[in-house]
Design a protein around this ligand. Structure first.
Ligand code: PLP
Length: 283
C-alpha cells in the first residue's frame, strides 16, 4: 500500500498516517472493513458495498454517521490521487482509541476511519483454475459481519495452503458455508446453486452480481443448503470474490472436478461478468 490514505478526516501520505497502539482495532480486532474494486477509476457496486458496511457497523453497534455522499466524496478523492487505473479500495473502521485497555468501550470514543488504495491485479479477469480442500468451519456464529478479526479465516486458509491448496471450502455439519475469502457456487444440470444468505456466510457483492446477471440471462439460480456430497457430484464448481472475481475449481482434495477443465457454465457466467464490468467502465 502506498500513496495517499484517508485517516479520520485528513488525506495524508501513507508513511505519515499513524494510529495509536491503544486503538481498539489493534488491541481487540474491534473493527469492521470493506474492500471495493475500482475499474478504470469507477467504483464497482459502491452503494451495495456501503450498505454492507453500514450493516456491519449496525451489527456491532458502532455509530459512524457517514452518508453515502460523504463516502462517495472520500473515495473519489482517493481514486483521483492514487491514479485512475484498476484499484482495490480498503476501508477500515475501528471503535477508536482509548486511554486504557478495557473490553467495554466508552460510548463517546470517536471511531477511527481509514481508507486506502492498492493496485488491483488486472489478471483476475482471466479464469485460472484452483484446487480446494474441504475444512470444518471453525469460525464464530456471525460470519455476516465483515470484521477485521479474521483469525479463523486466516488459520483455515493457512492450513489449506500448507496442504498445497489455493482455498478451503468450509462446512458445518456437512453443509457448506463459504470459502475462507470467497463464496461458493456449484452447477448441476445447467442450474446454479449457492448457499443462501445467513449468519454463517458473508453476503458477497460478487455473489449477488453473479446471481443477478445469471438470472437476467435466463439461467436458473437456486439459493439453498448445499452438502459436501452435492459439491462432490457437481458438474462445475467455482468460488467468487471482489479480489478474484470468479475462480473455477478443478480439484477438491483428491477429486477432479469437471474432468479438470473449466466448465461451460463457468465460462458463460464469467463472460457475463466481464460484460457487466465493461458496461460500468464505459458508462
Ligand atoms: C469470508 C468471505 N466470504 C465471501 C467473500 C466475497 O465477498 P465479495 O464478493 O464482496 O468480495 C469474502 C471477501 O472478502 C470473504 O472474506
Amino acid at each position: 500500500m502506498a500513496g495517499t490514505v484517508y485517516l479520520n478526516g485528513d488525506f495524508v501520505e501513507s508513511s505519515l498516517a499513524k494510529v495509536s497502539v491503544f486503538d481498539r482495532g489493534f488491541l481487540f480486532g474491534d473493527a469492521i472493513y470493506e474492500v471495493i474494486p475500482v475499474y478504470s477509476g469507477k467504483a464497482f457496486r459502491l452503494t451495495e458495498h456501503i450498505q454492507r458496511l453500514d450493516n456491519s457497523l449496525e451489527a456491532i453497534s458502532l455509530n459512524l454517521n457517514y452518508t453515502i455522499e460523504k463516502w462517495t466524496k472520500i473515495l473519489e478523492e482517493i481514486i483521483q490521487i492514487n491514479g485512475r487505473g484498476h484499484q482495490s479500495i480498503y476501508i477500515q473502521i475501528t471503535r477508536g482509541c482509548e486511554k486504557t485497555r478495557e473490553h467495554v468501550a466508552n460510548q463517546n470514543t470517536l471511531p477511527t476511519v481509514l481508507v486506502m488504495s492498492s493496485p488491483l491485479d488486472v489478471n483476475i479477469a482471466e479464469l485460472s483454475p484452483i484446487k480446494v480442500t474441504f475444512l470444518d468451519d471453525i469460525r464464530w456464529q456471525n460470519c455476516f459481519i465483515k470484521t477485521t478479526s479474521l483469525l479463523g479465516n486466516i488459520l483455515l486458509k493457512q492450513h489449506a495452503s500448507k496442504l498445497g491448496f489455493d482455498e478451503a471450502i468450509l462446512h458445518r455439519d456437512r453443509n457448506i458455508t463459504e470459502g475462507t475469502t470467497t463464496n461458493v457456487f456449484i452447477v448441476q444440470n445447467k442450474t446454479i446453486f449457492t448457499p443462501k444468505k445467513d449468519q454463517y456466510i458473508l453476503a458477497g457483492i460478487t455473489r449477488d452480481v453473479i446471481i443477478e446477471i445469471s438470472q437476467k440471462a435466463s439461467i436458473k439460480v437456486i439459493e439453498k443448503n448445499i452438502t459436501l456430497d452435492d459439491v462432490l457430484t457437481a458438474d462445475e464448481v467455482w468460488v467468487s470474490s471482489s479480489s478474484r472475481e470468479i475462480s473455477p475449481v478443478t480439484q477438491i482434495d483428491d477429486k477432479i472436478v469437471a474432468q479438470g477443465d473449466i466448465g461451460p457454465m463457468t465460462k458463460q457466467v464469467h463472460q457475463l461478468f466481464q460484460t457487466f464490468k465493461n458496461q460500468l467502465i464505459s458508462a
